[in-house]
Design a binder for this molecule. Structure first.
Ligand SMILES: NC(=O)c1ccc[n+]([C@@H]2O[C@H](COP(=O)([O-])OP(=O)(O)OC[C@H]3O[C@@H](n4cnc5c(N)ncnc54)[C@H](OP(=O)(O)O)[C@@H]3O)[C@@H](O)[C@H]2O)c1
Length: 304
């Protein structure tokens, strides 16, 4: 099968499209024929080993454990292991791959259930109202936002500030916050104000013109969805007893979380924002664009 493969840490050009072995599903796995996959922030970070600690996970001198990136995908089940009960050949699915990555390829085998989400990933039926590309862009941002909002204990009627509201995590956080009944204020640059408002933010602040810490009042929860707030901003924006959560922390994803995301998307409470689409052959350009740090929502590569 064709895949975007890399054998050295470095710039986007280390990625090469080449033939690699097609996986065979184990008894508890489904084999997914991938139609679309996202290029996420985690992909360029692991490709570049930035932060340096990424080398502890993937090999000190060169990538050893993961040579095919891609953290989330959507496609069709092509084969199932004999213990699989939830899926059948032909089912349309979407998935978070966990730290095994491997979505920038024509096929990926995934454990049906029972593993550790961050290590083994999660797979669920694709919401029928989402295209493959929309579904491919949803899991990582939505699972991350859901985990941090849960950690913050966000409740109905509270005020939530989402900083970096136009990224993959941010666009999901605005919608999930709204769904939980919070009053959501989003922070992004001017070009994305309309988008963030359309996702349900009651107010949107353009960070190039205004400092939210000075003008937006106080919040029960401040979620830094791009890891760029300062300590002083957090101090002045948090209400007494308020909680701060950030993507710089660890998202604790639970086994049923992708099913919750599927149900919310199917009910129309959560949509996937797609910025750009690239063919797999343009994976280098896709990485370059995502690494610049200004994508709106998600960037996807189309496998077929
Ligand atoms: N902890 C975890 O488990 C976990 C999981 C997933 C992702 N992450 C991390 O979460 C971060 C966000 O990822 P992502 O994929 O959502 O988006 P991203 O590609 O990292 O960021 C894109 C968005 O950030 C906005 N942005 C850039 N600088 C900003 C600033 N100074 N203030 C406010 N917004 C700013 C950009 O909007 P403008 O163009 O308007 O500036 C753009 O829409 C990444 O660092 C990623 O590594 C962590």
């Amino acid at each position: 099968m064709r895949a975007a493969y890399y054998t050295a840490y470095g710039p986007p050009e280390v990625l090469r499209i080449q033939e690699v072995a097609k996986p065979t599903p184990a008894d508890d796995e489904v084999l997914v024929r991938i139609r679309a996959a996202s290029v996420a922030a985690a992909d360029w970070r692991v490709r570049k080993a930035d932060p340096f600690l990424a080398r502890l996970f993937n090999g000190l001198l060169r990538p050893k454990k993961v040579n095919v990136l891609g953290f989330e995908l959507a496609g069709d089940v092509e084969a199932v292991g004999k213990q699989v009960t939830r899926f059948q050949v032909g089912d349309a699915v979407f998935a978070f791959t966990g730290f095994g990555f491997g979505a920038h390829a024509e096929y990926r085998a995934l454990r049906e259930s029972g593993g550790k989400p961050s290590r083994d990933g999660l797979v669920a039926h694709k919401p029928p109202n989402l295209s493959y590309e929309e579904a491919a862009g949803l899991p990582c941002g939505a699972l991350t936002a859901q985990a941090f909002l849960r950690q913050a204990g966000l409740r109905e009627g509270q005020r939530l500030l989402v900083h970096g509201a136009s990224g993959s995590v941010g666009t999901a956080a605005v919608q999930l916050g709204r769904h939980l009944g919070a009053e959501v204020v989003g922070v992004c640059s001017g070009a994305n104000v309309e988008l963030v408002a359309s996702l349900g933010a009651a107010r949107v602040i353009d960070y190039t013109k205004e400092d939210f810490a000075e003008t937006a009042g106080t919040f029960d929860v401040v979620f830094d969805a791009v890891g760029k707030t300062t300590k002083a901003q957090r101090r002045s924006a948090l209400a007494r007893g308020g909680r701060f959560v950030s993507v710089r922390g660890t998202a604790k994803i639970l086994p049923d979380d992708l099913e919750t995301i599927r149900a919310l998307a199917e009910a129309g409470a959560l949509r996937s924002v797609i910025d750009r689409r690239y063919p797999l052959d343009a994976i280098v350009e896709a990485h370059r664009y995502v690494e610049a740090g200004h994508k709106r929502g998600n960037v996807v590569v189309m496998l077929r």
